[in-house]
Design a protein around this ligand. Structure first.
Ligand code: UD1
Length: 418
């Protein structure tokens, strides 16, 4: 078990290139078994969610080889349609496998998915959509068992623009009989990336990035080489870190419009932001002002995956902020840890009321989930004195080289064995 030791108060200066997007690479890996030809994905981030997804593909009988940051998947010999419960519980994205397993084998079995403990995270939208496409679904002893004779194109209206359900439907519909239309689809940039990946394989999909996506089933998909989009949440996390610490940082690889309302909120805080193509430069000096209100919404709203980090910023800014978390029920588990550092935050259901304090102080804090962990790191970087950040397994799920990257920007941060 490792911990981060952070001596706060250093300004951050320099440039970073964002890693490939975790939330894009995971569904792309799930999509790789839609063909029995070889698929290469370039620059996959060295994070444990990717290793776990690779392990799931190996369990199905695919060969998965990492080399020089790329991954090559050859699923020609894959025959297994069941994902073990240990792996499903470790990674919520294993639920994407239902769509691609049904397409490939007409059968799929996985345990109820795990992932971050940030809310109920039901999968009813996924299962109802698959049923509409002709899948039979049974739930037995904690397992979801799906089968079909043939997947048929269907009209599917999502009650909520679920990212995962939209992606799962794409994976089930690419080779289905006829055309599938999704109304009320999620519009996140990662869905556009999945559409591009699948279309490069020979799929016929239109409309990703809008409310309506049309997928015309095709006979076969071919192997490809693909470079995924960069990680907008990782980029946003480093920008927020620089905002809190002061300094000037440029992050490359992410288009500003992919960050939803983040840049607008950072300007409200008093940061100076310049953007050019896929480069975002943020300068921060002096005490920041609190945002009056930050409310998480599906894309293009403020991303829930940056809520915790933005709360950490407000914790030591001037004034009061109200944070509203609309996507996940229990995404404030990091708040008691921030309080150990002197934060004044009260949580009431979906609301967190932040009264900014002059400065946070170092403390020993424990990560409870991926983005909550990132919030603790940001708070520690800006705090006075030394903090220990424990249980890094959560951060390792989504941030490759976090301490090295922050160190390269001038942070006083060390990863040590405990
Ligand atoms: C994805 C992202 C995650 C991000 C989230 C919202 C990946 C691997 N993960 O998660 O980082 O925080 O989008 O941007 O891409 N819901 C249902 N029934 C369902 C499915 C979802 O009620 O069948 C609800 C969820 O409980 C939640 C909301 O819909 O309240 C959003 O969930 P969803 O968009 O599906 O998130 P994920 O795909 O799990």
């Amino acid at each position: 078990m490792d911990k981060l030791v952070i001596d706060g108060g250093r300004k951050l200066y320099g440039k970073l290139l964002a890693q490939s997007a975790k939330n894009s690479v995971l569904p792309l890996l799930a999509a790789s078994i839609l063909t029995d030809e070889r698929v290469t994905i370039f620059d996959v981030p060295a994070i444990s969610d990717v290793s776990c997804m690779a392990q799931i593909l190996r369990e199905l009988g695919a060969e998965v080889n990492f080399s020089g940051g790329d991954v090559v998947i050859d699923s020609a010999k894959a025959t297994e349609h069941r994902i073990s419960s240990a792996l499903t519980r470790e990674l919520r994205s294993s639920v994407f496998m239902l769509g691609s397993l049904l397409t490939r084998f007409r059968r799929a079995a996985c345990a109820y998915p795990g992932g971050c403990e940030i809310g109920l995270r039901p999968i009813d939208l996924h299962l109802n959509a698959l049923k509409r496409m002709g899948a039979r679904i049974e739930e037995r002893e904690g397992y979801i068992l799906c089968s079909c004779d043939v997947l048929k194109g269907a009209e599917i209206a999502l009650d909520f623009p679920s990212v995962g359900a939209t992606e799962n439907i794409l994976l089930a519909a690419v080779k289905a009989d006829g055309t599938t239309r999704i109304e009320g689809a999620a519009k996140e940039p990662e869905i556009v990336d999945l559409q591009q990946f699948l279309n490069a394989m020979g799929a016929k999909i239109e409309g990703a990035g809008t409310d309506t996506i049309a997928i015309e089933g095709v006979e076969r998909l071919r192997g490809i080489e693909y470079r995924p989009m960069k990680d907008r949440i990782e980029a946003g996390t480093y920008l927020l870190a620089c905002a809190v610490c002061g300094g000037e940082v440029e992050v490359e690889g992410v288009r500003p419009d992919c960050l939803g309302l983040l840049l607008h909120k950072l300007r409200e805080n008093g940061c100076k932001i310049h953007t050019k193509n896929d480069k975002i430069r943020l300068a921060s000096g002096g005490r920041l002002k609190c945002n009056r209100k930050i409310e998480t919404m599906p894309f293009p709203g403020f991303p829930t995956d940056l809520q915790a980090q933005a709360t950490a910023l407000n914790a030591s800014a001037e004034g009061c902020a109200r944070i509203v978390e609309n996507l996940f029920e229990t995404r404030y588990k990091y708040v008691p840890e921030l309080r150990k550092m002197g934060a004044d935050i009260e949580v009431d259901g979906r609301n967190a009321f932040v009264r900014g304090v002059a400065r946070l102080h170092g403390a020993s804090v424990t990560c409870g989930d991926l983005r909550g962990g990132a919030a603790l790191v940001i708070a520690a970087l800006g705090a006075e004195g030394v903090s220990d950040v424990l249980d890094l397994s959560h951060l390792d799920r989504g941030y490759a080289g976090l301490s090295e990257n922050l160190k390269s920007l001038g942070a006083n941060i060390r990863r040590v064995r405990v």
